[in-house]
Design a protein around this ligand. Structure first.
Ligand code: TXA
Ligand code: MG
Length: 345
C-alpha cells in the first residue's frame, strides 16, 4: 500500500486528471468524484488494483463493483443481451445517477462482479470522471464502489474521505461537492421484468414514466443477487441514529434532555420546543438543523450533514421522519439502513 500524493496547489485540474489516469494505468488506486458520491477506483484490467479496493474498503470480495465508462456506444463491449427497455433508460438518463445491471460480456472479469455473470454499468455525470475515462480511452473502464469503509457513509465531498481510505490510495481527485449527494438508483434487467435493487439519484417514477411500466421493488425473488447496499445495516454514521415521526420526536428530545445526553436533530418542521442554550458553553448539548422540505435537496445535503455531525461525537442523532411519499423513497431507504436498530415507528 502506498501513501496519498497531496496535490500541489499550482497544478491545474486538467493536470491532476492526467496524473490520475496515469496512476490508474499503472495499476494504482485513486479516489475520484462523481455526481452521486466519490468513488474508490481502479482500472478494470488491473486485477491487483481491483482486489485492493476490497481490502481498502474491508468489503467481502463476493460483492460486485460498478463499472464506470464514458461512451454509450461502448455498451455492447461491456454487456450482452441488452433489452430495449434497458437501452431506453441508458439513452434517457446517461450520463446520470442510474446503474443498470445486465448480463456481462467476456470483457468484464469475474474479479469485478464477485463471480456473478451480471455487471452493474454506469456513465457518471461529472466532468472530472468523464475526462478521466476519456483519457484512458475506448474499451477502458473504471470500477469503483463508493469511497468509504464497508457499511459506512459515502463521501459526497473530498473532506469526507476517511483517514483509512486516504492512507491507502495514491491520489484523491477533488471535484468539489457531489451535486446529487446520494448513490445511483440500481435497476436490474437480468430477469423477465426490470427490478429496482436500490432507490437512489433518479426517482423511481421517472424511470417508470420512461419505461411506461411499473417496476418491481421487492427483492424477495432475487436472493442470488448480492447487493451489499441492500443489507439491513448500511450507510451508517458511527453515532447511533434514531428516526422519529413528527408526533413522537418532541417526547424523545425531552427524554434525552432529562438523561443529559448530547444530541443533534435534523428536523423538517418548526414545531419543536428546545430549551435556551447559552452560547458561552464550550460544547453544545444539542443542536438542531432544519432540513430542506424537497426530497432532492434533502438527499443532496443528508450525507454531508451526517458526516459533519458524526465528527462532533454526539451521543445521538435524531432525525424527523420525512413524509411517506414515493419521491422520498431513496431518503427513507438510506435513513432506515443508517438507523437500523433505532427506527421507531
Ligand atoms: O452512485 C453510485 O452508484 C456510486 C458511484 C461511485 O458510482 N457507487 C456505489 O457503489 O454506490 P457501491 O459499490 O458502494 O454500491 C453499488 C451497489 C452495491 O450494493 C453492489 O453490490 C451493487 O451495486 N452491484 C454492483 N454490481 C452488481 C451486480 N452485478 N448485481 C447486483 N448488484 C450489483
Ligand atoms: Mg457504497
Amino acid at each position: 500500500m502506498t501513501t496519498t500524493t497531496s496535490i500541489a496547489k499550482t497544478e491545474s485540474l486538467t493536470e491532476q486528471i492526467f496524473k490520475a489516469a496515469t496512476l490508474l494505468q499503472a495499476g494504482k488506486n485513486i479516489v475520484f468524484p462523481t455526481e452521486t458520491v466519490y468513488g474508490l477506483g481502479a482500472d478494470i484490467t488491473h486485477s491487483a488494483a481491483v482486489n485492493r479496493i476490497f481490502q481498502i474498503k474491508e468489503r467481502p470480495i463476493t460483492h460486485p463493483l460498478i463499472v464506470h465508462f464514458a461512451d454509450l456506444e461502448q455498451i455492447s463491449y461491456w454487456a450482452e443481451n441488452i433489452p430495449s427497455q434497458a437501452k431506453k433508460l441508458m439513452e434517457y438518463f446517461w450520463p446520470g445517477p442510474l446503474t443498470i445491471i445486465l448480463p456481462k460480456s467476456r470483457h468484464v472479469p469475474y474479479y469485478v462482479t464477485g463471480g456473478q455473470d451480471t455487471v452493474g454499468l454506469r456513465i457518471p455525470d461529472h466532468p472530472v470522471a468523464i475526462t478521466l475515462m476519456k483519457i484512458l480511452g475506448l474499451q477502458k473502464a473504471v470500477v469503483a464502489p463508493s469511497a468509504n469503509r464497508f457499511g459506512r457513509l459515502s463521501p459526497t465531498a473530498a473532506t469526507h474521505i476517511s483517514d483509512e481510505i486516504r492512507s491507502n490510495v495514491d491520489m484523491i481527485l477533488d471535484g468539489g461537492s457531489c451535486k446529487v449527494g446520494l448513490e445511483s438508483t440500481i435497476i436490474s434487467f437480468c430477469d423477465l421484468q426490470p427490478i429496482l435493487l436500490r432507490p437512489g439519484g433518479i426517482p423511481l417514477n421517472s424511470i417508470e414514466e420512461i419505461l411506461k411500466q411499473n417496476i418491481t421493488t421487492s427483492l424477495s425473488h432475487n436472493n442470488n443477487v448480492r447487493t451489499p447496499g441492500m443489507l439491513a445495516s448500511h450507510y451508517a454514521p458511527r453515532t447511533p441514529l434514531e428516526v422519529w415521526p413528527t408526533e413522537t420526536l418532541q417526547h424523545r428530545i425531552n427524554e434525552l434532555l432529562n438523561q443529559k445526553y448530547r444530541f443533534a436533530i435534523l428536523s423538517l418542521s418548526d414545531s419543536l420546543h428546545l430549551p435556551y442554550q447559552t452560547t458561552e458553553k464550550p460544547v453544545k448539548r444539542f443542536e438542531c438543523y432544519r432540513m430542506p422540505s424537497d426530497p432532492i435537496d434533502y438527499a443532496h445535503c443528508l450525507y454531508a450533514k451526517l458526516h459533519q455531525l458524526d465528527n462532533k461525537r454526539y451521543d445521538r442523532l435524531l432525525i424527523e421522519m420525512p413524509p411517506d411519499l414515493p419521491n422520498w423513497l431513496a431518503v427513507h431507504d438510506r435513513l432506515q439502513r443508517a438507523s437500523y436498530h433505532f427506527v421507531m415507528r
